[in-house]
Design a protein around this ligand. Structure first.
Ligand SMILES: [Zn+2]
Length: 550
C-alpha cells in the first residue's frame, strides 16, 4: 500500500472515504482492509484508516462504516433485468409472496380486466403451482370466467411455462396439442387444452404479447432502482428482448437513467427457430462481444437448451427421482447445438447457453470441445448459464475446457425441499460451488430474478447454508462454501465472466469506484441470519446512487 501511495501525484484528494470498515477487497490475496477512498469514478486507495487519512482533504466526504462490510458492488451475472423491473409495473406479480392460491390469482386478473380496454393483454408472472394451495396450475376456464374479453398470460416463476385463457389461445391460433412438440401443449384426460403451455409453445405465444413503450421504460427504471437498493452495480442481462426493449435499454444506459452497468446477452426466447434466426442475423453484422462502454456492453450469444430445475423440466441423464418417467425437455439436440456453437465461436463471440440438467450441460460441453478443437482460442470465456446438475466428470470437463459456469445458489434457498424430492442424491452435485473451488473452476453468480429475487442475500444464504430458508431442510451441504468465497464469485468472478476483471470486481486502486456498504459485518455474522443483512449504501462511478433511510 505504501508504494501505491508514493506513486500517486501528491495533490489528489479523495472525493469520498469509507473509514472504520471491514473492507472485503477481493484482491488477489483476499486482503481485509479498514478503509477505502475514491476520486472521480475510480478507487484511489485501499488500506488502513491512517493511510486513507493521507488522501482526505477539506472537501472529502467521510463515511464512518462503524465496523460494517464495505465491498465491491455485486455483479449479478444472470438476471432478466427488464422482465424483473416490469413486475408490478405493467406485469402483475403473482409470486409466492403475493398470492397463495388460484383464487388470489383470479381476483388480480379480474381487477386488471376492470381497468384495461377490451382486447388488451393482461400479463401476470411468478406463480409456482407447487406453492399454491390447490397444488396445481390454473385452468383456462378459470381465467375465462374473470377475463373473457382480454387475452391473459400467466407465466410460471421459471418462465418456461404459462397458462393462457381461451381469448389468448384463439388470438394465437392454438387449437390442438399436435401443433407443437409432444408435452408442450398440456391437455386433460379428454384431450382438451387446459391452457398450460410449455417451452416452445409458451415462448412462441410470448412473442405476441405487447407492452407499450411507456410500460417498458417504467420497467427499466424500476429495475435500475431495485438493483441500486440491493447493492448491485453491474448486471449481465439474460434477456430476451425485442428491438424496442433493447433500444430503450441502450438509450437509458447512455443517458444514465439507468446507473447500473448492463451487459445484455444476445438471445431470443421465442422458441428455437426464432432464436436461431435472431442470432444468425446478429452474427452476420460482424459485430461481436464486448462492443460498447462501461455502461452498456454487448454480452455473449445465448441459446436455451432445456427447461428449469423447479418446473421440473431440465434435461437429465437419469430419470427424475419423484417420477421415473420424466427426464425433462431437451430443446437442442447435439448436432444442432454443435452447429450453432461452431458458428458463434468462429464469429469471435463469447457463447453461452441456458443449460440446467446434466444432459443439457453435456450437450454444451461436447459442442464446446469440438469447436475449441477445430479452432483453439485462448481466453474464449465461454459460459454455461445455471449448469445446475453436474457430476465429477462434468466438473472436470468444465475445468479442462475453461468454461465459466454461472451458478444460482439462491435457488437452493428457495427450492431445497423440491430439489431433494426431484433429484435425490444428485443434489450433492447441484450448483457445486465447493467442487468448483477445489477444481479451480471460476464460477460467477446470478440471481436469475425474477425466478428468484434480486436481493443478493438469497444467494449468499444458499451458498453458505445449503438449505431452505423457511424449513432449513438441507440440500447438498457438502457444497457449502465460506462467505468470502461467495463474495468473490459474486464480484470478481462476475467481472471475469465479462472480460472486465481489470476494471472492476475488486477494490483496488485504479478500478471503477463501484462500492456497496452493508448493514452488518458479514464476515462475522450468524450465517442463518444473512437474510437480515441490508444494503446501506451503493456507489457507482464514485457517485452515491442509493442510501438506505434508517
Ligand atoms: Zn434465466
Amino acid at each position: 500500500m505504501k508504494d501505491e501511495m508514493m506513486n500517486m501525484p501528491e495533490k489528489i484528494y479523495a472525493d469520498t472515504a469509507f473509514i472504520n470498515a471491514k473492507v472485503i477487497t477481493v484482491s488477489k490475496d483476499d486482503e481485509i482492509a479498514e478503509a477505502v477512498c475514491t476520486a472521480g469514478n475510480k478507487i484511489l486507495a485501499v488500506g488502513t484508516n491512517e493511510l486513507i487519512k493521507e488522501y482526505t482533504g477539506p472537501d472529502t466526504k467521510i463515511i464512518d462504516a462503524a465496523g460494517r462490510t464495505v465491498m465491491p458492488g455485486f455483479i449479478d451475472s444472470h438476471i432478466h433485468f427488464v422482465m424483473y423491473g416490469l413486475l408490478d409495473h405493467g406485469v402483475v406479480n403473482v409470486d409466492y409472496k403475493h398470492v397463495s392460491s388460484i383464487k388470489d390469482i383470479l381476483k388480480l386478473i379480474e381487477k386488471e380486466a376492470s381497468v384495461k380496454k377490451k382486447g388488451e393483454w393482461i400479463v401476470l408472472s411468478g406463480y409456482d403451482h407447487n406453492k399454491l394451495e390447490e397444488k396445481r396450475h390454473p385452468l383456462k376456464e378459470e381465467f375465462d370466467s374473470v377475463a373473457p374479453d382480454n387475452p391473459v398470460q400467466c407465466i410460471r416463476c421459471c418462465a418456461h411455462m404459462g397458462v393462457y385463457n381461451s381469448y389468448a389461445l384463439n388470438l394465437c391460433n392454438v387449437t390442438s396439442a399436435e401443433q407443437f412438440a409432444p408435452g408442450e401443449v398440456v391437455t386433460d384426460d379428454n384431450g382438451n387444452l387446459t391452457g398450460l403451455l410449455k417451452e416452445t409453445a409458451h415462448m412462441s405465444l410470448s412473442k405476441k404479447v405487447v407492452l407499450s413503450e411507456n410500460e417498458l421504460l417504467n420497467g427499466i427504471k424500476n429495475a435500475n432502482k431495485i438493483m441500486l437498493e440491493n447493492g448491485i452495480t453491474s448486471v449481465h442481462d439474460a434477456g430476451s428482448y425485442g428491438k424496442t426493449t433493447m433500444c430503450l435499454l441502450q438509450k437509458s444506459c447512455a443517458d444514465r437513467t439507468v446507473k447500473v452497468r448492463v451487459r445484455p446477452m444476445i438471445f431470443d426466447m421465442y422458441g428455437k427457430e426464432s432464436g436461431k434466426e435472431y442470432i444468425e442475423n446478429f452474427l452476420n453484422t460482424g459485430i461481436y462481444t464486448n462492443l460498447g462502454d462501461e455502461h452498456f456492453k454487448l454480452g455473449p450469444v445465448k441459446i436455451m437448451t432445456d427447461g428449469s430445475t423447479s418446473g421440473p423440466s431440465c434435461a437429465t441423464i437419469e430419470p427424475y427421482s419423484h417420477d421415473k418417467n420424466l427426464k425433462g425437455i431437451q430443446v437442442w439436440q447435439q448436432d444442432e447445438a454443435d452447429e450453432m456453437i461452431d458458428k458463434v465461436h468462429k464469429s469471435e463471440f463469447q457463447m453461452t447457453a441456458h443449460a440446467v440438467g446434466d444432459k443439457a450441460v453435456t450437450v454444451m460441453l461436447n459442442g464446446y470441445e469440438k469447436a475449441l478443437k477445430d479452432m483453439p482460442r485462448e481466453n474464449h470465456r465461454h459460459r454455461i448459464e445455471h449448469c445446475a446438475l453436474t457430476n465429477e466428470d462434468i466438473i472436470k470437463r468444465v475445468r479442462d475446457l475453461s468454461i465459466i459456469p454461472v451458478s444460482n445458489p439462491a435457488f437452493i434457498s428457495i427450492n431445497a425441499c423440491d430439489y431433494n424430492r426431484f433429484y435425490g442424491d444428485r443434489v450433492k452435485y447441484m450448483f457445486p460451488l465447493k467442487s468448483y473451488i477445489e477444481n479451480n473452476v471460476i464460477t460467477a453468480i446470478g440471481s436469475d430474478a425474477p425466478v428468484t429475487e434480486a436481493n443478493p442475500m438469497f444467494s449468499l444464504y444458499g451458498a453458505v447454508n445449503r438449505c431452505d430458508i423457511k424449513t432449513e431442510e438441507s440440500c447438498g451441504d457438502n457444497q457449502k462454501v465460506g462467505i468470502k468465497d461467495i463474495v468473490r464469485m459474486f464480484t470478481y468472478n462476475g467481472a471475469y465472466a465479462a472480460f472486465e476483471e481489470d476494471i472492476k470486481g475488486s477494490l483496488e486502486p485504479g478500478k471503477l469506484a463501484d462500492i456497496v456498504m452493508l448493514s452488518e459485518n458479514i464476515l462475522d455474522y450468524p450465517e442463518k441470519k444473512l437474510m437480515d443483512v441490508k444494503t446501506v449504501m451503493t456507489m457507482i462511478d464514485g457517485e452515491i446512487v442509493y442510501e438506505r433511510k434508517e
